[in-house]
Design a protein around this ligand. Structure first.
Ligand SMILES: [Mg+2]
Length: 386
């Protein structure tokens, strides 16, 4: 047993490399809540809630969490339940958190990640061992270009393709003609060897509009089309009418959602996050249901800092259902940045050692806990006082 002695909630804001936007996003990425969990053994675990108030599930089924609400939920409700509990008993931590307040999966995920990190460091094993072991030791990186003007997007994809990125995600869902044009321009730029996918973030007005738009993109060979419209039944309607596989993201938060998605029989892919279901423990449940239903998965996220990204990498390593390239940053502190753009969204990061992009993939850390130490000087530098 390793009792949790304290939890500190820290709001940070990392400087971005460029503006990174998607349909529905209303504030800059990178202003997130961290959890610093101290064990009675003196060891420290870190977790992150990349909380975005405008990010939620279908038709209000799940809702936004901001840094302010995440801080309130953790400090007022979760912390009193978790301090004194056993960091090695993750099942009990979730039982305690779910008993005191319904919902708020991002707040719970930050606590869950910190507990896994603390537990792994205490036991001397990497987090993916606590999740059941690793089925892969390298994670292919999908580079997301966000909603950029077409000329900037073309310049960026040319560079990341030269750097070895093998999958590019193009944010769409804005205006069908613009979306079709950008996909064609990106395909012309990167050639046939790079996989392309599009993510509309529910942005198309109707299944009909989505079908018409994606069909016009299909000559460019899309790996998948992510969340073209809002709602599982409406996404299924799109899937029935195009050849490209369709992925649910906003529609796929929990294991229960994945059951519903499997029942449509036409949706092929779900996007798993550490955060949407409320932490790594729950994300492995989501992955298990997806595996049973033979749905393919990637690990996707909200452009986490290195802290949240580490959790995503351990999840991607451990979940057998995750066979697709993952939208994980190549988290790199400023001192180690060299002008590389592939997977780089921030000008600095909070972890001491950066990841290395090699052959379009990053290695899963093998050290105890999350496997890379947090740089507390960086935490102090980027801390937001609120
Ligand atoms: Mg998405």
């Amino acid at each position: 047993m390793t009792r949790i002695a304290d939890i500190e909630v820290i709001h940070i804001a990392l400087p971005t490399r460029r503006e990174h936007k998607w349909t529905g996003l209303t504030e800059p990425i990178g202003a997130y809540i961290l959890v610093r969990m101290t064990g009675e053994n003196g060891r420290v675990g870190w977790g992150e809630a990349p909380a975005l108030k405008d990010w939620g599930g279908d038709f209000g089924r799940y809702f936004g969490e901001s840094p302010a609400t995440t801080r309130l939920v953790i400090e007022r409700y979760l912390k009193p339940q978790v301090v004194g509990a056993d960091a090695l008993n993750i099942a009990d931590l979730h039982r305690r958190m779910d008993a005191i307040i319904k919902g708020y999966p991002y707040a719970k995920a930050a606590v869950d990640m910190a507990a896994y990190d603390l537990a792994g460091r205490t036991l001397g094993v990497p987090v993916h061992v606590l999740l059941g072991g690793s089925v892969r030791d390298r994670i292919p990186v999908t580079h997301s270009i966000g909603l950029l003007p077409i000329d900037e997007a073309v310049a960026e994809v040319a560079k990341v393709a030269r750097e070895g990125i093998r999958t590019i995600k193009i944010k769409v869902g804005v205006e069908p003609e613009r979306d079709v044009e950008i996909v064609h321009k990106v395909r012309e730029t990167v050639g046939p060897a790079v996989d392309l996918c599009v993510d509309a973030n529910c942005g198309y007005a109707s299944p009909h509009e989505a079908v018409r738009t994606i069909k016009a993109m299909e000559p460019c060979r899309l790996k998948y089309a992510e969340q073209p419209v809002e709602g599982i039944a409406r996404v299924a309607e799109v899937a029935r009418n195009i050849d490209t596989p369709v992925m649910c993201d906003e529609s796929a938060w929990t294991a229960r959602d994945v059951l519903e998605i499997a029942e449509t029989k036409v949706i092929d892919i779900v996007s798993i996050y550490t955060t949407k279901p409320g932490g790594l423990y729950r994300a492995m449940e989501v992955a298990a249901v997806a595996q049973a239903a033979r749905l393919r998965c990637n690990v996707n996220g909200s452009v986490e800092t290195g802290i949240g990204n580490l959790a995503n990498l351990h999840l991607a390593a451990a979940a057998p259902a995750v066979t697709l390239s993952c939208v994980v940053p190549v988290s790199t502190p400023a001192e180690a940045q060299s002008g590389q753009v592939g997977g780089i969204y921030y000008r600095d990061d909070l972890i001491r050692t950066g990841f290395a992009l090699k052959d379009g993939a990053v290695a899963v850390p093998t050290g105890p806990g999350m496997g890379i130490d947090v740089d507390e000087a960086k935490i102090a530098r980027y801390r937001v006082r609120d």
